[in-house]
Design a protein around this ligand. Structure first.
Ligand SMILES: Nc1ncnc2c1ncn2[C@@H]1O[C@H](COP(=O)(O)OP(=O)(O)OP(=O)(O)O)[C@@H](O)[C@H]1O
Ligand SMILES: [Mg+2]
Length: 252
């Protein structure tokens, strides 16, 4: 049975794209065939982590939404571009366009959200995926609501920050109304001086939801600066251990 997994946060910059790219890689390293789609049409970025250059992008999600191609034609096999140990499985990236004119056009003209829904299912079926990972734009918009609604599992990321706490409440409520089968919270960028067990307990009690992991703020992650896949560069790091824990819980 294939799974659709969305990674979301109410506020921006929480670590969604890095988490999505790393969990994708961890699952592919187990031998799974994983698709990863950038639905952050307004400010795409996950292609950077997979080393996909703008020139090499070819078809993007935008082209599919404009009826120019089938969604599989937007899928780029990035498995071998990651460096490090060869990966057993496969990673297909469906990027969103990084061209200013194309971003502006999709925002101005909109698109048929039903097509996006069909696209998710076509990808799973036609590429024979075990998992489809969806990277989202922060906050609530049409793409996000759709991705939450169709997901088998949803990870909501938050930082230990008062603005994040309030916004996460909104997203958790939406996820419950949309009956997402599996909802996990992940607390990211936690200062090392905090008591992680306390943070976990407080977040679990506040939202009455499972916290899959509490990740420290990491200088190594900041220094890598989205120039690669963290779990491949730092296989024994605390952050990698925590991301593995999230991946395992998602597939449970
Ligand atoms: N645990 C961490 N420690 C330190 N820096 C981190 C950590 N997680 C992510 N970052 C950094 O935070 C920044 C934002 O990460 P990322 O782009 O993944 O967030 P995002 O939620 O996708 O942002 P956006 O909402 O803009 O899409 C990046 O510079 C990334 O390297
Ligand atoms: Mg992002």
């Amino acid at each position: 049975m294939s799974k659709i997994i969305s990674i979301h946060s109410f506020r921006g910059g929480t670590g969604k794209s890095n988490t999505t790219a790393n969990i994708t890689t961890l699952l592919a390293a187990q031998g799974l065939k994983v698709g990863v789609i950038d639905t952050d049409i307004q400010s795409p970025g996950i292609h950077v982590l997979f080393g996909l250059d703008e020139d090499a992008m070819g078809h993007s999600l935008n082209d599919y939404l404009w009826g120019k191609c089938a969604i599989e034609e937007c899928a780029h096999d990035v498995t071998t571009t990651l460096g490090g140990e060869p990966i057993k499985g496969q990673i297909y990236l469906i990027p969103s366009s990084i061209k200013a004119g194309e971003i502006a056009r999709v925002l101005r003209e909109g698109y048929d959200v039903g097509l996006l829904n069909d696209g998710f299912h076509d990808l799973v079926e036609n590429l024979n995926l075990d998992v489809l990972m969806i990277d989202t734009h922060p906050g609530l918009n049409e793409e996000t609501l759709l991705s939450i609604a169709i997901s088998d599992a949803l990870v909501i990321i938050l930082r230990p920050d008062q603005q994040d706490y309030q916004g996460t409440g909104v997203t958790v409520e939406v996820a419950r109304k949309l009956n997402v089968p599996r909802l996990l919270l992940m607390v990211n960028k936690v200062p090392e001086v905090f008591n992680f067990a306390d943070v976990q307990k407080r977040v679990e009690e506040t939202y009455n939801s499972e916290v899959a992991a509490v990740l420290p703020h990491s200088d190594e992650m900041m220094t890598l600066a989205s120039a690669g896949i963290f779990v491949l560069r730092y296989p024994n790091h605390k952050v990698t251990q925590a991301l593995k824990q999230v991946a395992t819980k998602l597939m449970a």
